[in-house]
Write a protein that binds this ligand. Structure first.
Ligand SMILES: [Zn+2]
Length: 427
């Protein structure tokens, strides 16, 4: 290739990239995960898949060593032998046979990205370390659809370097979405198997769903989630027996031994399972809640709960996940934690000061009485609407009477803050 051809090619790639970026602005990005059906792979493919990650690790570690006295940009990705240390710390050389050229580039690209983020962190005056050697490599970027990977049909994919198709599960999540485009993918080596995480794009718009009316939700410790229509959802996931067993197993194994490594892998698998269960339940709850036109919730300080008395229960509950997922949606209004959702009486408009955590029923002097959590959830809607509409009827009525001064100040501040999109609208 002459110099001119090379430049022309680079220009073409740059132009293509610019066009794609422009197009992506009007599209929705989603990542789907499909699982590689390990039981349908032959022995050769199994070894190939495993060695991809091993070779990526070797190469990564070799590049880290290289960086000690060279610039990472000078690293030759076409290298065939890399140097490393075996488990007794003796120098060895490894031949790279399986990893393809694009995967090699993505390993080095990954290091460059990491360096970039470290340096930008350093500029922000955070304390940064350096890149370390890896003992496991778990994610290989497959940059280009049709080149490094492709879908043959709903159950088969091809990966660069594999001469046969690979059976997968789970493509039914997105297979029937019209106009879906595939971008890059990541080949993942997770504790419970190999996955392909595919990044997809599709155009915005499309079907409009009919939504149920608005809903307020209160998060608590006794009952995980209480909704304004009186439902109480309680989910707690206990740390499984298996995790405790694995931890005991690891403690008994000798440090650095192969058996300990195996036990650690078992533990990772157990935690992965627990995480999957949590995500599954969180997804179902969030899906249910987002069937409503508008969701009102409060920015509770879950981290504070972690530290206090309730730590263990909160850790195993899924509130944090639900909260994070909801806050990403633009149909969710998040009230600041200072909003008096528990204290405010919707009947007479007074604020009740002396509510203890142990009071499960809200009783007002005006005769109004309601379950504490349901009461709070309903107030979320009332207070949230005030904020979004910009009128302050309730607060104006109430401020004159029974509110302590700092509280009213608090509330005014939070109302102003709520006006800015930063606080309650995430779009
Ligand atoms: Zn009242």
């Amino acid at each position: 290739m002459t110099e001119e051809e090379r430049l022309a090619k680079n220009n073409r790639i740059r132009e293509q990239g610019r066009k794609t970026r422009e197009k992506r602005k009007s599209q929705i990005c989603r990542v789907y995960r499909v699982k590689i059906d390990f039981s349908h792979l032959n022995e050769e493919q199994r070894v190939h898949l495993k060695m991809l990650f091993v070779e990526a690790k070797w190469m990564y570690n070799d590049a880290i060593t290289f960086m000690n006295d060279h610039d990472i940009n000078d690293y030759d990705t076409k290298i065939i032998t890399v140097h490393g240390l075996d488990k007794d710390h003796q120098p060895v050389t490894h031949d790279l046979q399986y990893i393809s050229s694009q995967m090699r580039q993505s390993v080095i690209q990954g290091i460059k990205y990491n360096l970039k983020s470290l340096s930008s962190k350093k500029k922000n005056h955070s304390k940064v370390g350096s890149l370390h050697y890896k003992s496991d490599y778990d994610s290989i970027n497959l940059q280009e659809y049709h080149v490094t990977y492709r879908f043959y049909d709903e159950t088969h994919i091809g990966i660069q370097g594999f001469d046969k198709r690979i059976k997968i599960k789970g493509a039914n999540q997105f297979w029937n979405i019209p106009g879906l485009e595939f971008a890059n993918a990541k080949l993942l080596n997770l504790p419970d198997g190999y996955y392909l995480a595919v990044t997809t794009y599709r155009n915005k718009g499309g079907e409009m769903k009919k939504h149920k009316p608005e809903i307020g939700i209160d998060m608590g410790i006794k009952t995980t989630i209480t909704t304004s229509d009186g439902r109480k959802i309680k989910v707690l996931i206990e740390e499984s027996e298996r995790i405790k067993k694995c931890q005991r197993l690891i403690a008994r194994r000798k440090k650095g031994s192969n058996n300990r490594y195996k036990a650690v892998k078992l533990l990772r698998k157990a935690y992965h399972r627990l995480g999957s269960r949590k995500r599954d339940i969180a997804n179902k709850i969030v899906h249910e809640l987002l069937e409503h036109e508008r969701v009102y919730m409060q920015d509770e300080n879950l981290r504070g709960w972690h530290k206090g008395l309730f730590g263990r229960t909160v850790q195993h509950s899924i509130l944090g996940l639900v909260k994070a997922k909801l806050m990403k949606c633009e149909r969710v209004t998040v009230l600041p934690s200072s909003a008096p959702t528990t204290k405010y009486c919707p009947n007479c408009g007074k604020f009740k000061k002396d509510i203890k955590l142990s009071d499960r029923i809200y009783n007002c002097d005006c005769g109004y009485s309601e379950d504490r959590d349901i009461h709070a959830a309903r107030n979320m809607i009332l207070l949230g609407k005030q904020n979004t509409c910009g009128t302050q009827g309730i607060f104006n009525d109430a401020f004159g009477e029974d509110v302590r001064r700092y509280e009213s100040q608090d509330l005014c501040c939070s109302l102003v803050e709520l006006g800015s999109p930063r606080f309650y609208k995430r779009g």
